[in-house]
Structure formats: structure tokens, C-alpha cells
Ligand binder design. Structure first.
Ligand SMILES: C[S@@+](CC[C@H](N)C(=O)[O-])C[C@H]1O[C@@H](n2cnc3c(N)ncnc32)[C@H](O)[C@@H]1O
Length: 233
């Protein structure tokens, strides 16, 4: 435990140095590693219970800060979350009474678990002229690199998934089309050299509104920020 903490602290030193020095991240980040993975990979991760810990209180301070930041700027927002997993961020957002929430994830296992946990099992329309029912809170399977919703949102959140969505300029431009007027993006990301590079790219494209670092005593740390979409408002 002592050894692990010492390692995490050494890593944290490098990560903090990389936060405002993009060249440090470029120099030290592994050239290969995490990146887009197929749905089966994520299904396996959820089936193995590897992400059960994401519901632990001391793994969710970043969700708490992001939920407060977005609801502080836009009360009762409509929210699209990309990479929503089993809905841990939704749990944190719910006390802020979002007017609408749609969570998208590549993993069917994660989406099914979110629906089961929140009692949201798909409603089957019945009757002579069945009409689809849209619920206020929904989870759906989709590829967050290019998911195209049929509505706009006040806030689009990316919680710990910017590494898996392809080029930042592409997914930012794509999702900017689905922001309501005055809408914003929200991000949280585990502090690590590779995603720090992606965060630098995003911040160079999209003007930052709020930004903070969260650090937990057990060694975990996250960057949290909100931003306007790229380009003129
Ligand atoms: C580290 S987990 C974060 C889960 C959740 N957002 C949280 O903060 O607790 C990364 C999530 O991104 C999802 N993911 C990965 N690639 C994706 C893609 N292309 N489209 C949508 N979701 C994706 C995974 O299935 C997984 O749920």
C-alpha cells in the first residue's frame, strides 16, 4: 500500500507538471495504450465487475463537482451524457432535478444495468394505435464517437471517456450541433498523461468556463471542466 501510494504520488508530480506544459505530456505519455475499443471489451469489463468501484463515494467527487458546475450555470438542465456506463454520474446529477437526461454507452451490459438499477426498463407501447413513450430519464446503447440524438440539450457531458471517442475536433464539432442555444459541454477525466494531452487539445478548441482538479486521499485525481462549444457564439 505504502509503495503504491508513493508510486501514485510520483506519477501525480509528473501529471501536475504536464497540466500547464503540453510538451511534458507529449514527451512522457505512452505512445500506445488506451484508445477506442469494441463494445465486447466494455461488456467484459462490466461483467467482471471492474467498474463496480465507480459507485464508491470516494470515486465520485469529480461527478459531484461537475454536476454542481453544470447545474450552477444552467438550472434544471437537459443533459446528454456520452459514455454514461451504469449511470453513476446520473445518480449525482439527479438531486439537481435535470429536466431531461439521456445516457449513451457502447456497452449493452452497462446500459441494461443502468436501466435495471433505476427501474427504467423499456416500455412496450400497446393498444390499437401504439405511440412510443419518451421517458424523462433514458439510457441507450450507441457509439459516442458519432451518436446523433433527435433533440438538443443544454449540457453534453463526457465523464471519463474522451480517450475513446476519436479526434477531439471531430467529436466537439459533431456534438456542438446538438447543444441548445447557450448550451455547454462538461468534462471529467482521470488525471493521466495520455488523457491530459486530449484535454489540452479540447481546451485549445473550446473556451473553458470553469476548471478544477479533484484529488482523493487514496491517490486518485481528476480534471473537471466546463466549456463553451468551439467557434463564435
Ligand atoms: C471509464 S468508464 C466511465 C463510466 C462513467 N462515465 C463514469 O464516469 O463512471 C468509460 C465508459 O466509456 C464507455 N465507452 C467507451 N467507448 C465508447 C464509445 N465509443 N461510445 C460510447 N461509450 C463508450 C465505456 O463503455 C465505459 O462505460
Amino acid at each position: 500500500m505504502e509503495g503504491r501510494l508513493a508510486y501514485l504520488r510520483w506519477r501525480r508530480f509528473l501529471e501536475l507538471a504536464a497540466l500547464d506544459r503540453p510538451w511534458v505530456a507529449r514527451l512522457l505519455a505512452p505512445k500506445h495504450g488506451a484508445g477506442p475499443a469494441p463494445a465486447e471489451h466494455w461488456d467484459g469489463v462490466y461483467q467482471a465487475g471492474a467498474y463496480d468501484r465507480l459507485f464508491n463515494s470516494d470515486e465520485r467527487h469529480h461527478h459531484r463537482l461537475l454536476a454542481a458546475l453544470v447545474a450552477g450555470r444552467i438550472p434544471k438542465p437537459s443533459v446528454l451524457e456520452i459514455g454514461a456506463g451504469e449511470g453513476a454520474f446520473y445518480d449525482t446529477l439527479a438531486p439537481f432535478s435535470p429536466s431531461r437526461y439521456l445516457g449513451i454507452d457502447l456497452s449493452e451490459v452497462a446500459v441494461e444495468r443502468a436501466r435495471a438499477r433505476l427501474g427504467l426498463h423499456a416500455h412496450k407501447p400497446s393498444g390499437l394505435f401504439p405511440r412510443p413513450v419518451r421517458r424523462k430519464v433514458e439510457f441507450a446503447v450507441g457509439d459516442g464517437a458519432a451518436y446523433a440524438p433527435t433533440e438538443t440539450f443544454d449540457v453534453i457531458v463526457f465523464a471519463e471517456c474522451i480517450e475513446y471517442l476519436g479526434q477531439p475536433e471531430d467529436f466537439l464539432a459533431h456534438y456542438a450541433r446538438f447543444l441548445a442555444p447557450g448550451g455547454i459541454f462538461g468534462f471529467t477525466q482521470w488525471l493521466n498523461l495520455r488523457p491530459i494531452q486530449i484535454a489540452h487539445q479540447i481546451k485549445a478548441l473550446a473556451p473553458v468556463l470553469d476548471e478544477a482538479l479533484i484529488s482523493a486521499p487514496w491517490g486518485g485525481a481528476w480534471q473537471v471542466w466546463t466549456c463553451d462549444p468551439p467557434g463564435p457564439r
